[in-house]
Design a protein around this ligand. Sequence first.
Ligand code: HEC
Ligand code: HEC
Length: 481
Amino acid sequence: MLFAATTQRTIGFVILAIVFVGGILYIYFNIRGAKPEVGSEIELAPNRMPYLSDEELEGRHLDRTLAAGLVLLTVVSVSLPLYWLGEPGRHDGLVADTDRVFTDRGRELYTEGAKCVSCHGPDGTGGSVSKSLIGSDGNFIAQVSWKAPALNTVLSRFSEDEVLHVLNFGRNGVMPAWGGPGGGPLSEQELETAIFYLRSIQIDEATIRSEVSQGIRDGVAEKLIAESPADWAVAIRDAEAALAALDPENTDPDNVQAIADASGAVNAARSDAAASISAAVDQWLAAKDAVVATAEHMALENDATLAAQVSAAASETEKADAQAALSKAALELLSEPGKVPDQQIYLDYGKIIFTNQASGGTYSCARCHTSGWSYDATAPRTIAENGTDKPLLSEYKQGGGFFGPNLTNGTTLDQFETAAEHAAFVSEGQTIGKTYGKGGSGGNGQMPGFGPRTDDGVGVTYPGLLTPEQINAVVAFERNL
Ligand code: HEC
Ligand code: HEC
């Protein structure tokens, strides 16, 4: 862009110089070649060709010349403003054209050139990549499948500069470095086209809401299947235990058949229970809402000013402001251990959001803050592939730190004095070069923002990944780690 502007200017200056020098030369030669004084030609040129007479000149000929002049003047005076009026349209057309060309090139890069699609899935819907984990001593540890986040919401959580940072430098040795600064093969302009393509695949708010809610419902369902004393849950657990008791690596035909039968039984138990599961999930989420209502009730009892604000609120804005203040006060209570009856339900809800599996874990926090979560470290291995069937981890230490820092042992309580500040940070994320909290570094913007993000450069507001209500729950969970 800058280069184009300078080239244009240079050309402009050259033309100006040519016109200027040419003008001077013209005047110089004109004066030098000029005929002697006006009037003297009467004697000097007696053989001059006779020209039109005064009668003729002032008659039809003059009229025609004047009419032609008028027509030309009209053409110029009408077409100039018309051209000028059309200019913004032409400009927009050019921009739209450039957008289209860049987006097409970005799509080509995504699917062919750099094959982002092989890990991040078609249209950026998320995927995974097979990766050999190597220990610090250089020894092979395990072959794992590493979650590659969906990119169709990436501009909700990162600014374009922050995305460029990941593209340039890669991450965790699984996302390759693509840009020059990280030693990668792609040019700056190719990375720019990738960003144009990413802009074109971002999904809308309703889709995000439904993906996140479905992930939460699935998380609640798994929790209830593991813990509920209801008959349907017991039936599923029994079927799963029977399957787990069989040796998956024994290829004896009888065993293979037994495994097929047992896994069929698990599926049957789960589908038989589908309606019960869905009802139980609704009930559990309602119980979570009741805990929030209790906390709000307690907050009103604790704070007379807040209670007055809530009861005095009349207009829609006043009501919204009062509700926001109330949620904030309730969040402080829910974030402090053992403050609210049945608080654990709310904290479990926060944990389910923290570990949301939807879209390959894209909406989760665990993929960056929990070691091993991105590659399923608690899953059993096969002896054939890894020489052991022991999982890499017996259990996760949620929030124990991985790519993102450790959130346990009170470190986040030090960083953010109140749950409200903590929630504001999770909503906005970390911005390149900007410090946060008490001692948060001015890093590379790699902590995503989970609230909505406005990009003034592109003139777009991208929807948040989580609602304020969901962010609050995850914050309460973190403050109790
Ligand atoms: C070999 C597989 C692979 C390829 C190819 C690949 N990526 Fe990635 N990418 C990943 C993985 C895995 C992660 C997550 C890393 C982690 O867990 O820290 C990731 C992370 C990212 C992120 C960060 C998103 C977030 O929310 O954390 C962006 C942006 C990204 N990739 C864009 C791209 C683009 C654009 C291309 C193509 C130019 C590409 N990737 C090619 C595997 C890949
Ligand atoms: C793509 C990776 C990534 C994801 C996903 C992610 N974080 Fe982070 N987070 C980071 C990084 C990196 C930092 C450190 C930022 C820095 O120091 O510049 C961080 C910092 C934080 C901090 C500040 C910790 C401190 O003590 O300084 C909090 C709190 C936090 N993240 C919460 C969350 C929550 C809640 C979620 C999920 C809703 C989440 N993060 C998802 C990468 C991530």
